[in-house]
Design a protein around this ligand. Structure first.
Ligand SMILES: Cc1cc2nc3c(=O)[nH]c(=O)nc-3n(C[C@H](O)[C@H](O)[C@H](O)COP(=O)(O)OP(=O)(O)OC[C@H]3O[C@@H](n4cnc5c(N)ncnc54)[C@H](O)[C@@H]3O)c2cc1C
Length: 437
């Protein structure tokens, strides 16, 4: 380890702060290019949110055609079009293979690691980084920059009184967004960057559930039930998908995709009215015809189930929203099945959301993901102000921006070694970190 320390002094190290997928990808690219990399994270171990994502199956990316893929980044699609050219979903799968991890495509064209858990994925990745001499410093919290891009760390626990300073060639901040703060991604960095005049937009919950004022009877009967094979219409957008009925309202991929529009409407009007098509494959006329066949003593529930193949949760939702009069009128019921209004009142809290919107305003970065106001400081991952729905677009966005930022750092650092750039910045770290080298 002492040899590594002397190398670090000879060639200035690059600091990667934040050990989520964006930071780990950047550390990998930099170390594979032969750079001396120090990886810091405030948590005792890296990749805590990555591990949480693994509980739901670790949807790494998506295999749909690239133009469709890029369109998922909404307003940020033009930027991601350029980024994805540099590190695409296929590149991510190749990278996984290099770590010894096979990937497979699920029925919805989502890409998952096959046969390995998120924990094993992370172990293999950290082993690769160790082989590349990346030094991982857990429990090191970046606090702020001082003049000329200096960086301060405070370490947690036993080290908290000791700090030391090093010079480094460049810094990558990959500190994540602000959802699920217990994974370390607490968004506290925002205030620190604002002190440097950097515009950081307020964090908002993304890919989250929304509150609906259900009756207690409906919740008792249908909480935890899915609404499958439905279409959700809002503000001239139609999304095919699935929703989950919860005690507080609705959750699921269907509304995640509409999230930004729903948030905006709720901010403006204090509510957003979804229109749910419970039978997207049937026309109103077909539904009326099926409902109008002789009842032969069957109840409405059994007719909805047998003739329209509606689930009990879909039938329950109709009862929850419609008057007895409408339920007994074939034509009005058919229209409601095709377009059932459900009013969303608020997004769920940020702590519960899968991701966050907001973060560093995209006007603050250049094409290499360097902060224009802090030359030598690069940013990547969810701390940047883009958002995307679930489906692998979040992790791919983190991996890709980590890759792009690392390439930007290499360009800058290699420029520096030929004498064209000044080294930046200075890092303050716990003394024990240096003792251990
Ligand atoms: C329940 C859940 C399920 C998910 N499932 C999926 C999925 O299947 N597919 C998908 O694409 N996405 C999924 N995501 C989202 C995905 O995990 C995140 O978008 C991704 O982890 C963001 O990566 P990142 O590297 O930008 O940040 P993070 O993974 O959040 O990592 C940031 C790191 O920075 C560290 N840090 C923060 N502040 C400091 C500081 N001041 N000093 C030092 N270190 C600091 C944190 O400890 C953390 O380790 C899921 C998220 C959740 C919560």
């Amino acid at each position: 380890m002492k040899d590594t320390a002397s190398n670090a002094e000879a060639t200035l190290p690059i600091a990667v702060i934040g050990g989520g997928p964006a930071g780990l990808m950047a550390a990998t690219v930099l170390a594979e290019a032969g750079k001396c990399v120090r990886l810091f994270d405030a948590m005792p171990s890296p990749g805590c949110k990555f591990l949480v994502a693994g509980r739901g199956g670790l949807n790494l990316t998506h295999s749909e055609p690239i133009p469709d893929f890029i369109s998922r980044y909404g307003a940020w699609s033009p930027l991601f079009e350029r980024f994805i050219q540099k590190f695409s979903p296929d590149d991510l799968r190749t990278f996984c293979n290099r770590l010894g991890i096979e990937t497979s495509i699920g029925s919805s064209r989502r890409v998952f690691p096959s046969k390995v858990s998120a924990g094993t994925f992370l172990d293999l990745w950290m082993r690769h980084l160790t082989d590349l001499n990346v030094v991982f410093c857990p429990r090191h919290r970046w606090l702020c920059f001082t003049q000329a891009g200096a960086v301060h760390f405070s370490s947690l626990g036993e080290y908290h009184k000791d700090v030391a300073q090093i010079s480094c060639a460049a810094v990558l901040l990959a500190l994540g967004g602000a959802s699920w703060p217990k994974t370390g991604s607490d968004g506290h960095w925002a205030e620190r960057l604002k002190e440097h005049g950097i515009q950081v937009n307020a964090f908002k919950p993304a890919n989250c559930g929304f509150t609906v004022a259900w009756s207690s009877r409906f919740v008792e009967r249908h909480q935890g039930s899915p609404l499958k094979n439905i279409a959700i219409n809002f503000a001239a957008k139609r999304v095919m998908g699935e929703l989950l009925i919860t005690a507080y309202g609705l959750e699921g991929g269907g509304i995640y995709t509409l999230g930004p529009l729903l948030r905006e409407a709720i901010e403006r009007d204090a509510r957003a009215c979804l229109s749910i098509d419970l039978k997207p494959d049937l026309s109103v006329d077909t539904i009326i015809r099926r409902l109008s066949e002789p009842r032969a003593g069957h109840t409405l529930s059994s007719i909805l189930r047998s003739r329209l193949h509606l689930s009990s949760s879909a039938a329950g939702l109709l009862r929850e929203r419609l008057s007895a009069e409408t339920l007994n009128d074939h034509s009005r019921l058919a229209s409601a099945i095709k377009s059932l209004d459900v009013e969303l009142l608020a997004p769920r809290p940020l702590d519960e959301a899968i991701s966050s919107a907001g973060g560093i305003d995209m006007s603050e970065i250049d094409e290499t993901l360097m902060l224009k106001k802090l030359p030598g400081v690069f940013v990547a991952g969810e701390m940047l102000g883009w958002e995307a729905p679930t489906g692998g677009y979040l992790l791919q966005g983190a991996f890709t921006t980590g890759y792009v930022a690392a390439k930007g750092i290499l360009e800058r650092v290699d420029g520096f070694s030929t004498g064209t750039l000044e080294p930046r910045p200075l890092i303050v770290a716990p003394q024990q970190y240096w003792d251990a080298l």
